[in-house]
Ligand binder design. Structure first.
Ligand code: PLP
Length: 404
């Protein structure tokens, strides 16, 4: 049985008529750059997320870059980012000749570890970029508290997490000063090419980003600021507007698929429960936690279960379904030979990347990230995946574990 890591075709086919119409409408108008679809998408994203301002941009990377430019990050400034993320999170900092400073990550969520954050703050620190990795919120209360204490700006990298709610029901990307999202085709809300959006509740920053998106130009050919070409295409906006109303149901399907994986892994005797962080004879596969209760979460302290059950918050939307196994590389080869798509996110944390050698990081400061880069494996999780396919993936992993 062939199981691709991601197959975008069934999703397209399920909404083909609407997509084709929307695309044709843009073609008929011959209006390709920005325009009414971009403006409407921005409004609809604001409504969906509950934020004041959204500015459609050319990619998730440009969203992060624009955010840093809008808060005037200067050469020599320090911006704190988790060492375990997609490259863009740190790359944009270095591109502005500012210094990315890395923290280790939490062993359960693999998101920026607030306990490590405060240690990394210096007089030069200007901002923090927490990442909601794989579709699960970072611990925003602690991060916001620390940011406030040190007067730092928080830019959320929600590229993998559009539609994720933090524990009080706020959507990620609306908690910090600026939220950044990507519409890369493999994200939960994916366009037909590159795209992204920045979100904010700060009108001044929102307006600044709107102007900087088009070379800081306002009015035409008069430049108040130095921006760039960070525009979103009309075609992308038209496609994304068709997809946005389906986003929650697709994310729910991903969550169902994750629950199915857990069921089969538990039945196969490879795992006891989700969210374990240590291997033993009964937990050869470590599974992601679907609802993560933060240590300082009031409802988990008071044991208010009903609240958690009735309105699950902090829920994972699985842009990637990441398991952790000890012999990751041989399992990867084994699964690929069986035509099961899987991949490694991310094999090399930032502090080990050649381009960041000049930062002279101490490898021993990042044990959790180092470990995750060595044992994490992404399995297929896309919404249209069938139970039979999930069963086949788990059976194959079981076969590997037994023969091992
Ligand atoms: C995908 C991604 C980005 C960059 O988005 P692009 O649209 O590909 O530029 C940034 N951060 C994270 C965590 C991502 O996963």
């Amino acid at each position: 049985m062939k199981v691709p890591l991601l197959d975008l075709k069934p999703q397209y086919l399920s909404i083909k008529k609407d997509i084709d119409e929307a695309v044709q409408r843009v073609i008929d108008s011959q209006y390709f750059i920005m325009g009414p679809d971009v403006a409407k998408l921005e409004e609809e994203i604001c409504q969906y997320l509950g934020c004041k301002k959204a500015v459609g941009v050319s990619s998730g990377t440009d969203a992060l870059l624009l955010a840093l430019m809008a808060i005037d990050i200067q050469p020599g400034d320090e911006v704190i980012v988790p060492t375990y993320s997609f490259f863009a999170t740190a790359g944009v900092v270095a591109r502005l000749n500012a210094t990315p400073v890395f923290t280790d990550v939490d062993p359960v969520t693999l998101n920026l570890n607030p306990a490590d954050l405060e240690k990394k703050i210096t007089k030069k620190t200007k901002a923090i970029i927490p990442v909601h990795l794989y579709g699960q919120s970072a611990e925003m209360d602690s991060i916001m508290m620390i940011a406030k204490r040190h007067n730092l700006i928080v830019i959320e990298d929600g590229a993998q997490a559009i539609g994720v709610q933090y524990k009080d029901g706020k959507f990620v990307g609306t908690i910090g000063d600026i939220g950044c999202f990507s519409f890369f085709p493999s994200k939960n809300l994916g366009g037909f090419g590159d795209g992204g959006i920045v979100t904010t509740n700060n009108e001044t920053l929102g307006e600044k980003m709107r102007i900087m998106r088009v070379h800081g130009m306002e009015p035409k050919y008069y430049h108040k600021l130095i921006g760039g070409n960070f525009r979103l295409d009309a075609l992308q906006a038209a496609v994304l507007r068709v997809k946005l109303p389906h986003l929650d149901s697709w994310s729910a399907k991903r969550r169902e698929n994750a629950a199915t994986y857990t069921k089969y892994f538990v039945e196969a005797g490879l795992a006891e429960e989700e969210g374990r962080i240590n291997f033993d004879s009964k937990n050869k596969v470590l599974l992601p936690k679907p609802i993560y209760k933060f240590v300082n979460n009031q409802s988990s302290i008071t044991g208010n279960q009903s609240q958690a059950t009735n309105a699950p918050k902090n829920y994972h939307i699985y842009n990637q379904f990441i398991i952790r196994v000890e012999k990751r590389n041989s399992l990867l080869d084994f699964l690929r030979r069986k035509e099961i798509g899987c991949d490694i996110y991310y094999p090399v944390p930032f502090h080990r990347q050649e381009c960041f050698d000049y930062l002279k990081c101490n490898d021993a400061d990042y044990p959790v990230s180092n470990n995750a880069s060595e044992n994490s494996l992404a399995l297929p999780i896309y919404p249209e995946l069938t139970n039979e396919q999930i069963k086949f993936v788990v059976d194959s992993i079981s076969e590997f574990m037994i023969s091992d």
